[in-house]
Design a binder for this molecule. Structure first.
Ligand SMILES: *Cc1c(COP(=O)(O)O)cnc(C)c1O
Length: 382
């Protein structure tokens, strides 16, 4: 551990200033590093670097984990969403409904098909509002792209009901929610397809970029296998306009190692979140895990009226925070032509959200330090 992050606790119980980064992607554990290195070394040895056996193994394992028939490894979460929509023939002239609050990749993946992203509102839980979805439907609407935000599943029953009623596809942007469940059913198993990112920051993370698409429709997953390889059906013929979006075999090797430990890692995150919940309820506006849902806490998001003052205070205490994601996607210059009046709640909430560090390697002392500082802020400011 770097010196400045070492806890300095005095006999009085007082903890001196610490430095707590929002995230630390280095791998401290030697055994873990060796396990990953030997998995990569196997790829070096067999030499099947392009779409190697680890990818097929990962696709089988992820399909099983996600309770679906098939899954396809691709180059990123952004390409996963883009390929899923492309496989559904979504194109220029179509509309896809998406929450105003998400990582910009959600909207870009839609826009790159030629379709128009229609931004709609979120609820207090930061997830897309089904009522707002229904209001935004036109005769051009082809699909809904709900984003399971910060490790929490959307109101899936309500979304599926609307989609069914209006004959729309549901493609789940599950990039932030691998392993999150509702009534035991896992993210990526509800819609026609589920899209994941395993970039280094996600809960289920590789050490580089990759993504995954899950589905029970094997015609679609086979089409995506063609699309990810420049539309090639075999070594000679190209049937669709596809770009290169293959997953790297080395990433698949890393992810296979990490998948084995994923449930334990999620439990660590949930334990930290429950500790934060217990200590902060009634003091701060905390993320609520609804009955029947299991959240994986990609981030632990507080909603604070004077967000920037709160961040500045924590920053002075050595605690790094993160706002995911400001500004709203339609407030980006790229989407100036897509702004509408459909998301008043998101406009307000985007100025209140702030994530405190919650990664699985936080020590108990670090958790206590964060809680002390958050509490002292609210004690002085309410
Ligand atoms: C991370 C993320 C993506 C994109 O994933 P990449 O692998 O970084 O391309 C898409 N949607 C959401 C909601 C994300 O958080």
């Amino acid at each position: 551990m770097p010196l400045e992050t070492l806890p300095r606790v005095f006999s009085s119980g007082r903890i001196l200033p610490m430095k707590i980064p929002y995230m630390d992607l280095s791998i401290k554990n030697l055994e873990e590093r060796q396990e990953l290195l030997s998995a990569i070394d196997k790829v070096f040895q067999h030499g099947r670097i392009i779409l190697g056996p680890e990818i097929i193994e990962l696709e089988t394992s992820v399909a099983k984990y996600c309770q679906v028939k098939d899954s396809v490894g691709v180059s990123s979460g952004t390409s996963a969403v883009n390929l899923a929509l492309t496989a559904l023939d979504i194109k220029a002239g179509d509309e896809v409904i998406v929450p105003a609050l998400s990582w910009i990749a959600s909207a870009n993946a839609i826009a790159a098909t030629g379709a128009k992203p229609i931004f709609v509102d979120i609820r207090e839980d930061l997830n897309i509002d089904p009522v707002a979805i229904e209001k935004a439907i036109t005769n051009k609407t082809k699909a809904i792209l709900p984003v399971h935000f910060m490790g929490k599943l959307c109101d899936i029953p309500a979304i599926l009901k609307i989609a069914n009623q209006y004959q729309l596809h549901v493609v789940e942007d599950s990039a932030q929610s691998f392993g999150a469940t509702f009534e035991g059913k896992v993210a990526g198993s509800f819609g026609i397809m589920g899209c994941f990112s395993m970039n280094a920051m996600k809960v289920f993370a590789g050490l580089g970029d990759s993504g995954m698409i899950t589905s029970n429709d094997t015609e679609l997953t086979e089409k995506i296998r063609i699309l990810r390889y420049c539309g090639m059906v075999d070594k000679i013929e190209s049937h669709y306009l596809g770009l290169n979006a293959k997953m790297d075999t080395v990433q698949a090797a890393i992810l296979l190692v990490r998948l084995k430990k994923l449930n334990a890692l999620i439990e660590k995150r949930r334990k930290i979140a429950k500790n934060f919940d217990n200590e902060l309820k009634g003091i701060a506006k905390i993320p609520i895990e609804k009955a029947g849902y299991k959240d994986v806490y990609y981030g632990y998001t507080l909603q604070v009226a004077n967000r920037d003052k709160f961040r500045k205070y924590l920053d002075e205490q050595g605690i790094e925070t993160k706002v995911q994601h400001w500004p709203l996607m339609p407030d980006q210059p790229t989407y100036a032509h897509c702004r509408n009046d459909f998301y008043p709640n998101a406009k307000k909430i985007v100025n209140e959200i702030v994530n405190i560090p919650n990664h699985e390697n936080l020590t108990e002392i670090e958790q206590t330090y964060i809680l002390d500082k958050v509490k002292s802020y609210f004690h002085a400011n309410t």
